[in-house]
Ligand binder design. Structure first.
Ligand SMILES: [Zn+2]
Length: 254
C-alpha cells in the first residue's frame, strides 16, 4: 500500500534551513556557550527551572550584565525559553513535566521537549536513557531503551517530525504537538490519515535517534564544550556519539 506521508532519513531531515540555523547558533560568543552549559547542567541536576540568580552565582567571575545578555542571546536563538527571570526550558530538557519522560541510570526522572529531543539525550550524556511516552495515535504507553549509539529494541516505533517552521515555534505546546512517537507505522498512518494537513515527515526510530544524536550528541555538545560545569558531568571519554553521522556544520565556526 502506498504511504500517504513522506518517510525521511536523518540526513534528509537536516535540510539546508536546519544547517543554516545551526551555523547561526555556532556564531554565538564564548559566554553564551558557557551560560548554556551551566543552564543545561543545572536543569539536568535539579530538574527545576533555573533562575537568573543561579546562573549569575555559578558564573561569578563574569559581570551580571554580561551573563544576562548571554541569557537573552540564547533565548533569541531559541535555545532556551525564559519566563519571569527563570529558564524553564533548555533543549532537550524542559523543567515542566512533558509527554516525554526520561529515566536516567541513577534513577533521576527528567523531561524532554519532544520525541527527537528525548532520543538524543543518551548520545548527549553518553549514558543509557529510558524513555517513557505514549503512542500519539492510541495513547498506549510505550517505553524505549536508548544507548548513546542508538535504540535497543522498539524498532517498530515511528516518529512524526514536524516541519522546521513548526519546530521553530517558541511555545513548547506547539513543539510537543508536532514531534511525537507512534507505536508502529500503522498507527502513524492512521493518525496521519485523520490529520493529513499536519506538515512534516515520518522517520523510523533509528533515523529519529540518529537525528537526535546529531543535534544533541554532536552540535549542542560541541557548542557547550567550553563550559566546565557541563564537561564535569559528562566526562565519559571518546568522541561525541553523533560524530560518525557526518553532520559537520563547522566550516564557518568562528
Ligand atoms: Zn497507537
Amino acid at each position: 500500500m502506498k504511504r500517504s506521508f513522506v518517510l525521511k532519513a536523518a540526513e534528509e531531515l537536516m535540510d539546508e534551513e536546519f544547517a543554516a540555523k545551526w551555523r547561526d547558533r555556532q556564531r554565538i560568543g564564548r559566554l553564551p556557550r558557557i551560560v548554556l552549559g551551566t543552564v543545561l547542567t543545572e536543569l539536568l541536576s535539579t530538574g527545576q527551572p533555573v533562575t537568573l540568580d543561579t546562573v549569575v552565582a555559578a558564573l561569578r567571575h563574569h559581570a551580571r550584565a554580561d551573563v544576562e545578555q548571554a541569557v537573552w542571546t540564547l533565548d533569541e536563538k531559541d535555545m532556551i525559553v525564559v519566563r519571569d527571570d527563570r529558564i524553564v526550558l533548555a533543549y532537550p530538557f524542559t523543567a515542566a513535566p512533558s509527554a516525554f519522560t526520561l529515566l536516567l541510570p541513577d534513577g533521576r526522572i527528567r523531561y524532554a521537549v519532544c520525541a527527537v529531543d528525548a532520543l538524543g539525550v543518551a548520545a548527549m550524556l553518553g549514558q543509557p536513557v529510558k524513555i517513557r511516552s505514549v503512542c500519539y495515535h492510541c495513547q498506549e504507553r510505550l517505553e524505549l531503551a536508548v544507548q548513546p549509539d542508538g535504540p535497543r529494541g522498539g524498532h517498530d516505533v515511528m516518529v512524526w517530525v514536524g516541519e522546521r517552521a513548526a519546530l521553530r515555534a517558541r511555545a513548547c505546546t506547539s513543539l510537543c504537538l508536532t514531534i511525537n512517537f507512534f507505536r508502529s507505522e500503522e498507527h502513524l498512518a492512521a493518525w496521519h490519515g485523520a490529520n493529513p494537513e499536519v506538515p512534516g515527515a515520518a522517520a523510523t526510530v533509528l533515523e529519529a535517534t540518529a537525528l537526535g544524536a546529531a543535534i544533541f550528541g554532536k552540535l549542542l555538545r560541541d557548542l557547550v564544550a567550553s563550559s566546565s560545569a557541563w564537561s564535569a558531568i559528562t566526562q565519559v571519554g571518546g568522541p561525541a556519539p553523533g560524530a560518525e553521522h557526518g553532520f559537520n556544520l563547522t566550516e564557518e565556526d568562528p
